[in-house]
Design a protein around this ligand. Structure first.
Ligand SMILES: [Zn+2]
Length: 135
């Protein structure tokens, strides 16, 4: 879970990177900021292409953090501009579940409001994970 200071830093970082989102098809610009246990912040924005596939902001932030060697994470903030404040989509929740503990904090926000912090465990209960593949 994230404290108020961490949330403030992540909101600022997510909004800064959101402006670089590449969303010519959906016009739905997303910014995400992920805090590792080391205190470092990793950001990502959505990137769409003409095949209508996209890299989601949350996954991009996670992948960059993993690429730098981070292994433990505290929480994530996701920002958009519209009235429908986001939590990560199902696909991103699944990806996060492979690298983050159930108490990992997640907050969605738009320009004027933010959602309450929920845990990954609350947003993805009864997840499918590595334990399911053990025989
Ligand atoms: Zn997603």
């Amino acid at each position: 879970m994230l404290n108020d200071d961490q949330i403030g830093l992540l909101l600022q970082s997510a909004r800064a990177v959101q402006s670089r989102a590449v969303a010519p098809y959906s016009q739905y610009k997303v910014g995400a900021a992920l805090m590792a246990a080391t205190g470092r912040i990793y950001t990502g924005m959505n990137i769409e292409n003409a095949t209508y596939s996209a890299v989601h902001a949350e996954n991009l932030a996670l992948y960059v953090a993993l690429m730098t060697g981070e292994t433990e994470f505290l929480g994530l903030v996701v920002v958009t501009n519209d009235a429908n404040m986001p939590y990560p989509c199902g696909s991103c929740r699944q990806e996060l579940s492979h690298h983050c503990k159930p108490d990992f904090g997640i907050i969605g926000a738009n320009l004027t409001q933010r959602r309450e912090q929920k845990t990954l465990g609350e947003l993805l209960p009864d997840l499918f994970g590595a334990d399911n593949l053990k025989t």
